[in-house]
Design a protein around this ligand. Structure first.
Ligand code: CTP
Ligand code: CA
Length: 226
């Protein structure tokens, strides 16, 4: 009974999770994107649901089955994700940004398929809005959890993002390590907090990492309430 009760630690909370990649169209048949299976975000959404939260899952294109019992908002581009998140964030107690958002989109989308011509092709790109940074500016703002996928200088890069985006916690993972990152069902992460604490974690399934992250989210919400 105890285990069941402790699993409801997010009852009454609304948790918004973003998952998957975004796709930025170049023409009707092509896009630029990031590697991302959506597994981490879907695992977080499902785990939050099991803990009693009302869950909004804002998902870029993935091959995953939508978990039952939550509100699924499908988006394609970073700008669509931005709209979907910003219009819902005010009603949320927690936002977890597991999505791999494309930092840039093609400046122009061609209405017709581009035809190949020269040997070299230069694309002009425009910067997308940084959703997490915008959320960090809200007042009051929900509890914010970001992700940082890095290939070098993991801890410094992640700490800089935590501060710059005004987050409560960031999940840092070195995607160059085996067993971490894209399209695998495990991850090696370290959790960084506002107060400078760092919690290094072992290799574990993304489903277990999701539970661990939500344990910490539950604790942070409790501290906030005090
Ligand atoms: N993020 C976001 N909106 C963007 C880009 C990133 O909300 N336009 C979020 C991601 O979902 C992630 C966090 O910001 O939770 C960090 O993303 P990351 O790509 O690691 O950091 P960037 O700030 O984009 O920096 P860079 O890619 O240059 O390392
Ligand atoms: Ca980025």
């Amino acid at each position: 009974a105890c285990a069941l009760l402790s699993q409801q630690d997010l009852a009454g909370e609304t948790v918004l999770v973003t998952a998957g990649p975004t796709q930025e169209e170049l023409d009707p048949v092509r896009y630029i994107s990031n590697h991302s299976s959506g597994k981490m975000g879907y695992a977080l959404a499902q785990a939050a649901r099991h803990r009693g939260a009302k869950v909004i899952l804002v998902s870029g294109p993935t091959c995953l089955e939508p978990p039952p019992g939550l509100e699924l908002v499908r988006v394609v581009s970073a700008r669509q994700m931005y709209e979907a998140v910003m219009t819902r964030a005010e009603g949320c107690s927690v936002v977890i940004k597991a999505a791999a958002v494309a930092d840039y989109r093609p400046l122009l989308r061609n209405g017709d398929k581009l035809k190949k011509k020269d040997d070299n092709l230069t694309l002009e790109l425009a910067k997308n809005p940084d959703i997490l940074s915008q959320l960090g500016q809200l007042n009051p703002r929900p509890l914010l959890v970001g992700f940082a996928a890095e290939t070098t200088d993991l801890q410094n890069n992640a700490a800089a993002k935590l501060a710059a985006k005004n987050l409560d916690m960031i999940v840092a993972n070195d995607v160059s390590q085996e067993g971490a990152g894209f399209n695998v069902s495990t991850n090696i992460a370290r959790l960084l907090y506002r107060d400078g604490r760092v919690e290094p974690l072992e290799l574990m399934p993304k489903t277990r990492l999701a539970e661990l992250i939500l344990d910490r989210v539950g604790q942070l919400l409790q501290n906030k309430g005090r």
